[in-house]
Design a protein around this ligand. Structure first.
Ligand code: APR
Length: 316
């Protein structure tokens, strides 16, 4: 197999460090390029002692050139996390600029790379990256992903608990966005089928939608989900690596530029991954009446967040 280069922007953070560790263990990665504004030489030295063939390089500062040039996949967990009482949307003012700068760097140094954005609010910052790349004439909509994978990971785990299954055998697509009611877990499409109805179903859906806040509260001011987020981002990155190496039928849900719902330009749906990024968008598929209603209710908040991201780029 061809060994791929993966860049992580924000690699010394709460997500960045465990994510770097998980990626260091993947033999399909040739080089890990770690970037952060702080602490990065220490993280890189520490990681480089692990007995795998993945080489580790590092850089800091506002110039992303040496990190991004030649990167096949760029994963971005850079930016501020939530504190108790904050919604993901409250992070926009700080994190919009981070994604804007990284997208500018990508347009200049690695326009053909695959970009996986973890930075919140995902619903609004993925449009920033796409607009920046579009303005530079470098947008490939098949290659830009908002990492909403943790919503599927959480849904699989919670449903496995309810039906008494091994979480690894449960697979449930989550569509929409990555914040509050825009998160739409499709329990009707669970494999294996999960017969969860009525109050139990509405409680489950609310728990999935508020799962990030559950972690923020439990961490009591020390940030948001890092370990589970790192796991989820590594799952999406590993799936992408397998697809780049030619494995067929790899499906992951992610928040992407899409025309599956005419009212909004970005929407998470299950995607078949391939050598060029998204090979096929599987669309909404069959929804229950309740799931269809959730899609309708997600449109207004999604539209607003997407418009906010687009406006940020216009105002620069
Ligand atoms: N370029 C590179 N690194 C940056 C930049 C930037 N412009 N801005 C911030 N960083 C780095 C910080 O130095 C820090 O090491 O990003 C890292 C973020 O780490 P944490 O503050 O620990 O935040 P974390 O919990 O990892 O969350 C990061 O992911 O899920 C989202 O909402 C979460 O937006 C947040 C992001």
């Amino acid at each position: 197999n061809f060994k791929h280069n993966v860049a992580i922007i924000g690699a010394s953070g709460g997500i960045g460090q465990p994510l770097s560790l998980l990626l260091k263990l993947n033999p399909n990665i040739g080089e890990l390029r770690l970037h952060d504004l702080k602490d990065i030489p220490g993280v890189a030295a520490d990681l480089s002692h692990i007995e795998t063939a993945v080489s580790v390089s590092h850089a800091d500062g506002r110039d992303y050139g040496s990190t991004l040039k030649g990167a096949d996949i760029i994963v971005v967990p850079a930016g501020m996390p939530r504190k108790p009482g904050m919604k993901r949307e409250d992070l926009f003012n700080t994190n919009a600029q981070v994604v804007y700068d990284v997208a500018k760097g990508m347009a200049e140094h690695s326009p053909d790379a695959i970009l996986i954005i973890i930075t919140n609010p995902i619903n609004a910052v993925v449009p920033i990256a796409c607009e920046v790349l579009k303005d530079a004439g470098k947008l490939n909509p098949r290659k830009i992903f908002g990492c909403s994978t943790l919503d599927s990971v959480r849904t699989n785990t919670f449903v496995a608990g309810i039906i008494g299954a091994d979480p690894k055998t449960v697979n449930i697509p989550v569509i929409g966005g990555h914040s509050g009611i825009t998160i739409i877990p499709l329990i009707s499409r669970s494999t294996p089928p999960a017969c969860i109805e009525g109050e139990q179903l509405s409680k489950l859906i609310t728990r999935v939608q508020d799962a990030g806040t559950e972690v923020v509260k439990a961490k009591a001011g020390k940030g948001s989900a890092t370990l589970s987020m790192a796991y989820a981002a590594s799952r999406l990155t590993f799936s992408m690596l397998r697809a780049l190496d030619g494995e067929a039928n790899i499906v992951e849900s992610a928040y992407v530029l899409s025309d599956v719902v005419p009212e909004v330009k970005y929407f998470a749906t299950p995607l078949v991954l391939g050598k060029c990024g998204i090979e096929k968008n599987l669309g909404l598929g069959k929804l229950s009446d309740a799931e269809q209603k959730m899609v309708c209710e997600a449109l207004e908040p999604l539209k607003k967040e997407i418009a906010k991201g687009e406006k940020f780029v216009q105002d620069q």
